[in-house]
Design a protein around this ligand. Structure first.
Ligand SMILES: *Cc1c(COP(=O)(O)O)cnc(C)c1O
Length: 420
């Protein structure tokens, strides 16, 4: 299935979803990006350059691990995990930013900008900016800057300028607006590094293409090391980039079922979660450069969302996934915060691995389903990132008293130092 063959359709559309909805003034710069991306995609040397960079800088190929203890414990399907957590910076996000970095070089631009909510994408972008020697500016809602100090700390130490946006709610939406303003003003030398497979065409296709490295590797690794293809594969879905990355490797294998796992948060009910497709609270709209499903109210204002996993806490979703969902090629499920915490504990205790809270959504759904499957069947989970970054949230979710005491003690030390 070639999702990106537009010869008999409208370029950048997947069914009725996708498109390029941007102010006219950005037309030239988007056209330039489209052209450069098209050339790169058709040039085998570019993909080789990307592979080599990811190998030497990020440790690719990442392995597929067999979870023998967990499989035995559940007594159902054999469970395998694609280890995107072992990438440099600890998640799949680096695949996309390094790929875009190579394109920026080809376009001869010298400056990059990005927006970030939880800070993970800002962190990856700052890394890429330092490596390529670009001038890097990261927009973040002031509220998020305050909440996400560890990521801000790393961004600044890698030489990026972090701008705390004080408009509106001071969160991601306001950072996006500010970032777009910067792009309009500086598009001659500046590239906007989008962090997920959303936004105007060509971003959904381009980000998915860089992330397809996950699925390409995983399919071969299952054949070589697991004795055959998986029966079902699971990936968490925020904007949809790690899911698109994994799924593309298996799209033509009709017997492989593709399962997208969304943030069910506190459960059903508007405002309680960030599930666009599994729960029926979202509707079709045009925003942030694309037409897709959004969590919005009747006048098109975006709803509040909730998830324990900051990276899944997003109102929109990749238009290709929506199209595949309508065609019943991808199944969507929602996983609640409580289920995520249980899955995370089980992964740590039985296998000694720490999935990111986002990735634990895939684990939770896979654990639920694997238990009802036959031992001759296989499931594959995309571990999109590592959970070390979530130590504050996970310790809270587990109610760890020693951790709370440690934080309080640190705070006392700083206070004494300041007063001393
Ligand atoms: C950002 C992030 C996600 C969500 O983004 P997608 O584009 O949906 O992949 C998932 N997992 C981790 C670890 C992340 O950092």
């Amino acid at each position: 299935m070639n999702l990106f063959d537009f010869t008999d359709g409208r370029e950048g559309y997947y069914g009725e979803y996708g498109g390029t909805f941007l102010p006219e003034i950005l037309h030239t710069t988007i056209e330039e990006l489209k052209l450069e991306f098209r050339k790169a995609k058709e040039d085998p040397a570019f993909w080789q350059e990307f592979l080599q960079l990811m190998q030497s800088y990020s440790g690719r190929p990442t392995p597929v691990s067999y979870l023998e203890n967990l499989s035995k414990k559940l007594g159902g399907a054999q469970i395998y995990v694609k280890r995107e957590d072992l990438n440099h910076t600890g998640s799949h996000k680096i695949n996309n930013v390094m790929g875009q970095g190579l394109l920026v070089k080809r376009m001869g631009k010298t400056r990059i900008i990005a927006e970030t909510g939880a800070g993970q994408h800002g962190y990856a972008t700052a890394t890429m900016g330092a490596r390529f020697g670009f001038d890097t500016k990261i927009y973040m809602g002031a509220h998020d800057v305050a909440r996400q100090r560890p990521n801000v700390f790393w961004m600044e130490n890698m030489g990026a300028e972090v701008v705390a946006v004080t408009d509106g709610q001071q969160t991601l939406k306001d950072a996006i607006n500010e970032c777009l303003r910067d792009w309009v003003t500086n598009m001659d030398n500046t590239h906007y590094v989008l962090g997920t497979a959303c936004g105007p065409h060509p971003f959904p296709e381009m980000v998915s293409w860089f992330q397809s490295i996950i699925g390409k590797e995983a399919r071969q690794q299952m054949l070589d090391n697991a004795g055959g293809l998986p029966d079902r594969i699971f990936a968490c879905v925020g904007g949809g980039s790690n899911a698109m990355g994994l799924f593309q490797g298996f799209l033509d294998d009709e017997a492989v079922e593709l399962v997208g796992c969304e943030a069910g948060g506190l459960g059903e009910g508007k405002g309680n979660h960030a599930s666009r497709l599994a729960y029926k609270d979202a509707s079709v709209g045009v925003a942030q450069g694309m037409k897709t499903y959004f969590l919005q109210n009747d006048d098109g204002n975006m709803l509040e969302t909730h998830s324990v996993a900051a990276g899944l806490d997003y109102i929109g979703v990749n238009p290709v996934l929506v199209h595949l969902w309508e065609k019943e090629r991808v199944r969507f499920e929602a996983v609640t915060d409580d289920e995520v915490t249980e899955a995370l504990k089980m992964a740590m205790l039985t296998e000694g691995i720490i999935p990111a809270l986002e990735s634990a959504h895939g684990f939770a759904q896979a654990i639920k389903e694997a238990a009802t499957m036959k031992p001759s069947e296989r499931v594959l989970i995309n571990m999109s990132g590592r959970g070390d970054k979530d130590i504050f949230t996970i310790a809270d979710a587990l109610g760890d008293e020693h951790w709370k005491r440690f934080i309080a003690q640190k705070a006392d030390e700083y206070k004494a130092e300041k007063e001393g």
